[in-house]
Design a protein around this ligand. Sequence first.
Ligand code: FDA
Length: 294
Amino acid sequence: MRAVLAHGPFAAGIIDRFVAGPTDADAVAATARLADLGLRASVDLLGEGVTRPDDALATVLAYLRLLDLADRAGIAAGLDVSVKLSALGQAVPRDGRKLSYENAAEVCARAAAVNATVTVDMEDHTTTDATLDTVVELRRDFPSVGAVLQAQLLRTEGDCRDLARAGSRVRLCKGAYREPADIVHRGRPSVRAAYARCLGILLAGPGYPMIATHDPALIGVAGRLAAELRRAPTTYEYQLLHGVRPGEQRRLAAGGATVRVYLPYGPDSVPYLTRRLVEKPANLLLAVRALGGR
Ligand code: FDA
């Protein structure tokens, strides 16, 4: 009942599969379980599109509590947290951009204090420039801050060239947002081809690529490119979502790869779960079965 109340249309089965749980203690416990399997985590507090400064502050405080809890549990070192600038105030009228920068800097400072890192998620195309600019500003004080690029956007090969620099951490994903047709590669094969080209640029550069996909073809391309370019497994990592292809997560880690699982937590899971269902409508079946108690 808790799940139905807190998560609207989503049943407990689907929430449990994709989300660590509603609390920071759930996120820390799930991170420890992943560590036992040889998997790292990037923990994400669910929530986005905040329009009031108080709500943005609540996001900051929640991340600070999470990092402190992870530190007390002895699992903060090497942990990554994923933050959405829209949850940190980017869309607040007037000074949203400045507010989200200041709030993100506060999270970065606490992360640095406990030897954790921060990756700034990428949201829809209306925020791409502002988000990349904010990452550049954050990196002046916190050089390990990671950026995310979306291969479906036509602009992204250029962004990969700009960001393929020493010290830069770049997560490459396909892109989860429905965007205007004139700014994206059309159709799955061309998005996949664009992803492979972006991967080539990032892996050939001196930065730290974070290969965020479940696509078997692209995981194969990444492995072959990394071998050709003689990249040590410590110089790049695979990233997959919690609950998606868990067998593949363990297979990659067992083969010596660095693997990080994107681990969402918090009560506000509807937008996140909606994106996962759009990507993979078969998950609806899981939701329906869970509702029926099977
Ligand atoms: P694709 O969708 O083609 O899936 C390939 C295969 O993976 C499927 O055939 C299926 O087997 C499996 N699979 C994929 N999605 C599944 C699902 N939901 N349930 C079950 N199986 C599934 N996007 C964004 O816009 N901004 C961001 O900051 C991020 N961050 C991010 C971090 C990490 C670690 C990952 C893995 C992904 C993101 N994304 C993201 C989401 C990303 O843009 C994309 O929408 C999804 O990863 C789905 O694309 P794939 O490359 O996995 O391939």
